[in-house]
Design a protein around this ligand. Structure first.
Ligand code: ADP
Ligand code: MG
Length: 240
């Protein structure tokens, strides 16, 4: 079994004449927590969406595990994405929100129930399964969104600024829960944030994106100690 979680080679993305991603190489080992950081508009979401298959690449290749998924259907990639805006169905209960993709895939009823209950237990949502999203707190809604990803048992979790709508206290709590979740599930996780503390505490590897390229990548403390340019230094907050 190879140890590739997600591998990008010369990945490009143009929107019309605008080159947003100009050749990105990236290796995320299986089971690791990778964090993409970079200024607003640098293409973090676009890169994540290309890995998810929600956006076509303009060039290059994407591998997940040992499979070339560059042109694969989103449903066949073994990925699940968690969005900033939760994207819950307001008219469905917590249980039905989490069960949705499994029902769509026509999984047996007993399996659906078991997977939703397992995810709910991990996320402390067991007592809330019959509620509608409007009756939940922001943190609980974000947990439901994560639960919708967990039930699919993906190889790779993709998070696009999942905590940015939460208040500071809840962000700290959810950050700890995400770290715990990563340990428990052992899945590969790719996480976009512009929060420096989130990046430093969650990441095995940080990828700094700017100008359509990866400016630098490495372990948080290596970037902190030895930033390759002013942008990286400014973001990671090295004193020199
Ligand atoms: P980030 O997530 O880092 O803030 P995005 O990936 O959302 O950045 O966007 C990168 C750039 O691509 C921005 O300039 C944005 O306006 C542009 N962009 C994103 N999606 C589209 C699209 N569907 N059509 C045209 N331009 C887009
Ligand atoms: Mg974005």
């Amino acid at each position: 079994m190879n140890s590739t979680g997600v591998q990008l080679r010369s990945v490009e993305k143009n929107f019309g004449a605008v080159k947003v991603i100009k050749g990105v190489d990236m290796d995320v080992q299986r089971g690791k927590f990778a964090v993409f950081v970079g200024p607003s508009g640098c293409g973090k979401s676009t890169l994540l969406r290309m890995i998810a298959g929600l956006e076509e690449t303009s060039g290059g290749s994407i591998h997940i595990g040992d499979r070339d998924v560059t042109d694969a259907d989103p449903a066949d990639r073994g990925v699940a994405m968690v969005f900033q805006s939760y994207a819950l169905y307001p008219h469905l209960t917590v249980f039905e929100n989490m069960a949705f993709s499994l029902r769509l895939a026509k999984r047996p009823k007993a399996e659906v129930k078991q997977k939703v209950q397992e995810a709910a237990a991990i996320l402390q949502l067991t007592d809330h399964l019959d509620k509608k999203p409007s009756h939940l707190s922001g943190g609980q809604r974000q947990r439901v969104a994560i639960g919708r990803a967990i039930v699919r048992a993906p190889e790779v979790f993709l998070f696009d600024e999942p905590l940015s709508n939460l208040d500071a206290e809840l962000r700290v709590q959810m950050r700890l829960e995400l770290a715990r979740l990563h340990q428990k599930l052992g899945a590969t996780m790719i996480y976009v944030t512009h929060d420096q503390v989130e990046a430093m505490t969650l990441a095995d590897t940080i990828f700094v994106l700017q100008g359509g390229h990866v400016q630098q990548s490495g372990a948080p403390l290596d970037l902190y100690d030895d930033p390759s340019n002013r942008f990286v230094a400014g973001f990671i907050g090295s004193p020199s």
